[in-house]
Design a protein around this ligand. Structure first.
Ligand SMILES: [Zn+2]
Length: 250
């Protein structure tokens, strides 16, 4: 996707390079126009990684890496140019320019549905496994019978930080795709962790067994009410599951 020049200019203005780099690198030394820190791209003991806030670029005198704020995110997060642009836009809540006809948002949406469907499958198998016993007991106490649980693909997200993340990586999803699908969150240190932890999970099933998003119910043994919806704004939320409604074409 071609981004308009004006959009990219505003994006760079709003994502000041010093503050973006500071999310990853402690910039400890100031010298002339530059601030220095330890390079995140090569191993070193004395800082040779320079950020120039007035010119809005970075340069490492050790390994030679350098560029603007978008290049930095591409290198740091291992992203393509459009992914890095989108990442930075999200960082400052800046809406992306919508371009009709390039099919990009349709592809993104399709990918998010695939990711959520795989996650729902994973959580369902966790519920059916030995580790899901407590959750299963909780559901059965609430009158939920096995055929219903199977039919609606209910799942259990174990109380772990990266169980789904690791599973999805093995399936070939990038961290950013998972973030975009609402399945993982980003920590302050720049890593990612599972959105759904220690919860019963209700997939929002649409046609053809596709899951357009996951809902999590409150922890087993507590109220069991639906407490949170996925963050992804690209996915139109349907009603909560467990309601037998006619299937609409997505
Ligand atoms: Zn370097």
């Amino acid at each position: 996707m071609q981004f308009p020049e004006s959009f990219l200019r505003e994006l760079a203005e709003r994502n000041d390079i010093e503050s973006v780099v500071s999310d990853y690198v402690a910039l400890t030394k100031r010298s002339g126009q530059n601030v220095f820190g330890l390079c995140p791209f090569h191993s070193e003991k004395t800082p040779s990684f320079a950020v120039n806030p007035s010119k809005q670029f970075y340069h490492c005198f050790g390994c030679g890496k350098g560029g603007d704020v978008i290049n930095f995110i591409m290198d740091m997060e291992n992203m393509s140019f459009p992914e890095a642009v989108e990442f930075l836009a999200k960082r400052v809540n800046m809406p992306l320019p919508e371009k009709g006809g390039d099919g990009r948002s349709a592809i993104k949406r399709k990918k998010a549905i695939e990711a959520n469907t795989e996650a729902a499958r994973f959580f369902h198998s966790e519920l059916m496994a030995a580790g899901g016993k407590e959750a299963m007991n909780y559901l059965s106490e609430r009158g939920m019978r096995l055929p219903t649980i199977r039919n609606f693909g209910l799942g259990y997200a174990p109380d772990a930080w990266d169980l789904l993340l690791r599973h999805m990586r093995e399936k070939g999803y990038s961290d950013f795709e998972l973030y975009d699908s609402g399945l993982v969150k980003r920590s302050k240190s720049g890593g990612y962790y599972d959105t759904f932890r220690g919860r019963i999970v209700f997939p929002n099933n649409r046609c053809e067994r596709q899951c357009s998003g996951l809902f999590r119910a409150d922890n087993c043994g507590r109220q069991g009410q639906i407490s949170q919806q996925p963050r992804n704004h690209d996915i139109q939320q349907g009603p909560p599951p467990l309601r037998n409604e006619p299937c609409k074409k997505v």
